[in-house]
Design a binder for this molecule. Structure first.
Ligand code: ARG
Length: 459
């Protein structure tokens, strides 16, 4: 029993199975760097406040530095008997430096310690996520720029609606990602507050200086209530919620890439290095990456519900339930960061089949609205114009022709306000060029949006 930091009170050893059930070291050792960073700041503060000696602080820093090196070199021996990352590191420190190591935990509990570790780790993840989003946005801009004037059918209900430019379509995702980055930056504000000093739950009787620790660790402020500081994980749930929204956007995008790569659409091809074949069908080339992104969105959603449920029944203050926050959070972070990276690369491997896109736009009466608008501009009320064009479309469906393929005489039969300038609006190019306002699909607007986006991203 002397292996455990809290053993004095117990009359029998903890059952082997219980030890394994309650230990978290197998996964929370991932927090080691942040645990050490937090401990160094805590010890520095204890020294500055005269709670431990300057000599102790020096020893602690040296010892923790050596431990960090051991961990990084893969030489650190993690013991299940020591339960978690915190007790493992503390025990090793004491082995190395003796009594000074035993003084590190003065005025601190694992409860405020773990909350601090998770926040430090998550802050780092959020910064990586925002960097990943920006890299993906840069890929999007590069592709959108090449296709500012490439015409494709825009869809509603997955039925051809109106022509749009492919660049415009891609820039829709740029906007979604912008909001995602905003959400992570906003969540960061609430992540970046210091729990240390809350101790187990009530604070501590030592003359600590929490503001100093916050400053040393780069926190913006300190958590204002000790009970809240050790118990709530809302900051982590917020991160997961932002992650779920980001994955939702990437899942939608993936769904489109998958459809577009299907020969029935034939709008794009995805480079071979992002696809896989079939073990039975020799001809196959499958868009596995976007399919997996769509699939992994499910696990990120699942973790969000998991964390919300983990938190919902907990009375104040710390409960061991919270140990269960780590594996889902690690999984969300890993999923997110690798997905962003692979997505940015994959966009650079997309080949656009502009002819097929154009052909598809020609096949669905995509300029029917333009014909109605043309009639309105000649003085016809919109509802009447809508009806006139509906008849023209019906005739087109019957004869298997697009509106632009009718002769002027044929068109005049639907309304004699139609004259030969009608063909300017019936073309795909005329249609997109006419939507020339902020947020519209005209190539000129798409180029403007891309230029603005580049300024925003600072390149
Ligand atoms: N491994 C624990 C966690 O992840 C650390 C805090 C444990 N505190 C305690 N009093 N058992 O939450």
């Amino acid at each position: 029993q002397k292996d455990q930091a809290w053993s004095g009170r117990f009359n029998e050893p903890v059952a082997e199975l219980v030890k394994r059930y309650t230990a978290s070291v197998d996964f929370d050792k991932r927090l080691a760097v942040f645990d050490i960073e937090g401990s160094i700041a805590h010890a520095t503060m204890l020294g500055a406040q005269g709670i431990i000696s300057a000599q102790d602080v020096t020893e602690i820093k040296r010892g923790l530095g050596e431990i960090l090196a051991e961990i990084e070199a893969g030489q650190f021996e993690w013991l299940l008997d020591l339960e978690d990352v915190h007790l493992n590191i503390e025990r090793r420190l004491t082995e190395k430096i003796g009594d000074a190591g035993k003084r590190l935990h003065t005025g601190r509990s694992r409860n405020d310690q773990v909350a601090t570790d998770v926040r430090l780790w998550l802050r780092n993840v959020v910064d990586g996520t925002i960097t990943g989003i920006r890299a993906l946005q840069t890929s999007l801009l590069d592709l959108a720029e090449q296709h500012a004037a490439t015409i494709m059918p825009g869809f509603t209900h997955l039925q051809v609606a109106q022509p749009v430019t492919f660049g415009h379509h891609l820039m829709a995702y740029f906007e979604m990602l912008n909001r995602d980055a905003e959400r992570f930056a906003d969540a960061r504000k609430r992540i970046n507050r210091l729990p240390l000093g809350a101790a187990a739950l009530a604070g501590t009787s030592y003359p600590i200086n929490r503001e100093l620790v916050a400053e040393l660790l780069g926190f913006d402020s300190v958590c204002q209530n000790s009970l809240d500081a050790v118990s709530d994980r809302d900051f982590a749930i917020e991160f997961n919620a932002a992650a779920a929204l980001l994955m939702m956007h990437l899942s939608r995008f993936s769904e489109e890439l998958i459809l577009w790569m299907s020969p029935r659409f034939g709008f794009i091809d995805i480079a071979d290095r992002f696809c896989t074949g079939s073990s039975i069908m020799p001809q196959k080339k499958n868009p596995d990456v976007p399919e997996l992104v769509r699939g992994k969105t499910g696990r990120v959603y699942g973790h969000l519900i998991g964390l919300l449920t983990l938190m919902k029944g907990q009375p104040l203050a710390y409960n061991k339930d919270n140990q269960e926050d780590k594996e889902p959070l690690f999984d969300v972070a890993d999923t997110l960061l690798v997905t962003l990276q692979i997505y940015a690369d994959m966009l650079r491997g997309i080949t656009v089949k502009a002819d097929n896109m154009r052909q598809a736009a020609l096949e669905g009466f995509a300029t029917a609205t333009d014909l109605a608008d043309y009639l309105v501009k000649k003085g016809m009320p919109f509802r009447d114009a809508h009806e006139v064009v509906a008849h023209a479309v019906k005739a087109g469906v019957r004869s298997g022709r697009d509106l632009a393929e009718f002769s002027l005489a044929e068109l005049k039969a639907f309304s004699d306000t139609i004259s030969d300038d009608v063909f300017d609006v019936l073309t795909l190019e005329g249609s997109v060029a006419s939507r020339n306002h902020t947020g519209g699909t005209a190539p000129e607007q798409v180029r403007r949006a891309i230029a603005q986006a580049r300024v925003q991203l600072g390149r």
